[in-house]
Design a binder for this molecule. Structure first.
Ligand SMILES: C[S@@+](CC[C@H](N)C(=O)[O-])C[C@H]1O[C@@H](n2cnc3c(N)ncnc32)[C@H](O)[C@@H]1O
Length: 355
């Protein structure tokens, strides 16, 4: 009988365990979505921590619940650390964790929630795009383009899909605005009184512009986006003005130009066009371009996996997340003189770019 050496056995078992984990990786995505769809975080929040299985079961929006299956489902959600389970008194009691505290659908005290971002990112249609990756690797089309084919342009006009994107993006952005403002203050990026105008290019519903306007009350902020978005989101705010435009054609003049999570939607040649238009828009002496995007190799190792996950997701979507070096190439190619990266407590970093 052949006896495997201990180190070989360890590797052999480790290899199997790793592959089982990957084979079932998709379950985590589906269970995360299900937790939000069933409103489990809200139910626990409204009831108060902790809640028993029976109490939770009676509140679920499922008519004839199979308690055994639900218990099994919750067990995996607990394994994912979406909920905490306490078994001390015989009956399991469930509580919210740091992650599920961020999955409340109902407005809450601090309005920090990723629930709608989760629903956007785990949308069944979006999850099926990856099925085109093999084909996409052999050509220039993204998985999205291959999925929609000729219907792609029509999809962009789909009001329901657009509403989901706007809400999803909005909540993904709301969660980091405080960290962004903290970074801008800490590094004195916005010199109030000197800089009086800012244009948020591709600013969507203006969540970032609003956060910055509230923090820097002397700043007048313009939010530039395409017509279908502006028509849907424009709102009254004393320091905010929504403007319809095309960043590939013209960026309005301002002391500060901000681009948050825009460059990652585009390939390098398109980014250079946008960046050149931003350079034209700012004062060559004291204007600044403020990029807010994922910098894959920046600090905050806690977000390392998430940044790589986003990089893959953007490859599927037809965009690109970038390293410091890749941003540097774009910045210099567009004619800017220098830049500074500011790490913040968020998935994204700030890159201040000087003309
Ligand atoms: C990924 S979203 C980022 C939204 C926002 N900056 C944020 O971080 O929440 C990209 C935004 O760019 C806008 N956009 C796309 N093409 C554009 C164009 N040609 N001109 C202006 N805005 C555009 C989209 O409508 C969308 O709002």
């Amino acid at each position: 009988m052949m006896i495997l050496e201990e180190s070989n056995t360890k590797e052999f078992i480790g290899g199997q365990a790793q592959l089982w984990k990957h084979m079932h990786g998709h379950l985590e995505t589906h269970l995360l979505r299900l937790a939000v769809e069933l409103g489990i975080p809200d139910l626990i929040h409204d009831h108060g921590n902790p809640i028993t299985l029976t109490e939770l079961a009676t509140k679920l929006p499922i008519q004839t619940l199979n308690l055994d299956k639900f218990k099994q489902t919750l067990k995996f959600m607990v394994h994912m650390n979406l909920f905490a389970a306490d078994e001390t008194d015989g009956e399991t009691k469930y509580s919210l964790t740091a992650a599920s505290n961020l999955l409340l659908l109902k407005p809450n005290n601090n309005n920090k929630s990723l629930a709608k971002f989760v629903l956007m990112n785990t949308d069944p249609m979006e999850l099926s795009w990856v099925g085109h990756l093999r084909e996409s690797l052999g050509g220039t089309k993204s998985c999205i383009e291959l999925f929609f084919g000729a219907k792609f342009e029509a999809q962009l006009e789909d009001a329901e899909w657009n509403a989901m994107l706007i809400e999803g993006l909005d909540c993904g952005t709301s969660i980091m605005v405080d960290a962004l403002v903290e970074g801008l203050r800490r590094e004195k990026v916005i010199d109030e009184g000197v800089a009086t105008t800012m244009v948020d290019v591709g600013g969507n519903s203006g969540t970032v512009a609003k956060g910055i306007a509230n923090a820097f009350p002397l700043l007048k902020c313009y939010v530039l986006d395409i017509a279908p978005v502006v028509e849907r989101v424009a709102e009254n705010h004393p320091q905010l003005e929504f403007v319809v435009g095309d960043m590939f054609v013209l960026v309005p003049n301002a002391d500060l130009v901000l681009l948050k999570s825009v460059l990652h939607d585009f390939q390098d040649d398109e980014c250079i066009k946008i960046l050149k238009n931003c350079k034209e828009a700012i004062n060559p002496k004291n204007g600044k371009l403020i990029l807010v995007d994922i910098v894959i190799d920046d600090q905050m190792p806690e977000f390392g996996d998430a940044r790589l996950g986003m990089a893959m997701a953007m490859t599927i979507a037809g965009g690109k997340e970038r390293t410091k070096k890749e941003f540097e190439s774009l910045i210099y190619e567009a004619g800017f003189s220098h830049y500074k990266i500011i790490s913040i407590a968020a998935l994204e970093s700030i890159i201040v770019v000087y003309p």
